[in-house]
Design a protein around this ligand. Structure first.
Ligand code: ZN
Length: 150
């Protein structure tokens, strides 16, 4: 099995079996994301326990890239502190946009240490689909902004 096939399987697995689907009751944050160019839409709900992500869920519909990215993201951030989430968002964005030598990032494996999320790094070859992969993460950035303003 090639790396591409492995990545595709990881993406399809998250698409078919989203890890944290639906909406959280008593959510502290609710942020919608829409990607008109592809028709993806999602709603991220998240609950903080002080400065730690207590729970997060995604509802919505769209292409496999957008939904799988959202599933991977929720799976990863639950239990993280706001600072850790901020760092993760930075790593994800770097993985999708890497052009030159960021000292913290291996150019051949920019998604290393991201777990399943690394499977999305192939998407950066297809600029139209980067917006699909980014959608949930842009919503998460808004949640972080709201949290730090609170
Ligand atoms: Zn899409």
């Amino acid at each position: 099995m090639s790396v591409e096939e492995l990545y595709r399987d990881v993406i399809l697995d998250h698409y078919r079996k989203p890890r944290h689907p639906g909406e959280i009751e008593n959510a502290d944050a609710k942020v919608e994301g829409v990607n008109p160019s592809c028709g993806d839409e999602l709603l991220l709900t998240l609950r903080w326990d002080d400065d730690t992500v207590a729970d997060a869920a995604i509802s919505g519909s769209g292409c496999s890239i957008s939904q799988a990215s959202a599933s991977m993201m929720t799976d990863k951030i639950i239990g993280m502190t706001a600072d850790e989430v901020r760092e993760l968002v930075g790593r994800f964005k770097a993985m999708m946009t890497i052009t030159d030598g960021d000292p913290g990032i291996d150019p051949d494996r920019p998604g290393a240490a991201l777990g399943d999320i690394e499977a999305l790094q192939g998407v950066r070859k297809f600029p139209v689909r980067i917006k699909c992969a980014d959608l949930a993460w842009t919503a998460l950035e808004e949640v972080l902004t709201q949290h730090s303003a609170a």
